[in-house]
Design a protein around this ligand. Sequence first.
Ligand code: PGA
Length: 257
Amino acid sequence: MRRKILAGNWKMNLTPLEARQLIRALRAAIDPEAAALARDRDVLVAPPAVSLAAAAQELAGSNIALAAQNMHYEDQGAFTGEVSAPMLKALGATHVILGHSERRHLFGESDELINRKVRAAVKHRLVPILCVGETQQEHDAGKTTEVILRQTRSGLEGLDGRAAARAIIAYEPVWAIGTGRTATPAQASLVHGTIREIVAERFGTECAGAVRVLYGGSVTPDNVDGLIASHDIDGALVGGASLKADSFARIVRTRAA
Ligand code: PGA
């Protein structure tokens, strides 16, 4: 059985002080059930880089893991404005979101660049959360499978089976992100199945059975149960609804997990 994952991607929101406040409120809401929740699910939050240290302090003693939203593939050097895997690890991050569609489409990140980051994350024992997903245009043109194939294959290139099995893949259709339009559980399941087939082809069925594939894109307390009930959907990567303690707490408590 794959453990479910409920992950909050805060994007460019919340200063260190605000991050502390949100985590305190979230812990107040879920700590009483923490032991039960920890049995079958992983919870993580991804604050912006400047709020990671404050978040790590507030998360101490909880079962909530800390993720970063991006990183550079080099360990150090003349890369103004960037942060590296060793820096994120020093702040307590255990996971890193890579290839988010906002990175791909607003900041021009290529499949090759994202793959370098994935490999650097693995090298430093940060768990990569590789995001893949088609745009509205690609969706309408019937290119979903083609895009998912390319982004998944390229994202995992150069990994060995063990690293691939530990990696997390997030299917986030770009047309569903921040739009209030969610993929139906059936639509998402279909793509999740495709992702698992791609992993099986490259790394074998055992690895494909272990890799966790999350859905992201307008996940809310109202639709999370239906999505997560699907066998192929191993959890959710949540943007907007992770910024309020009560809504994210409700998502974390999803009954279907
Ligand atoms: P959303 O964002 O939940 O606000 O749609 C999801 C994401 O981009 O990870």
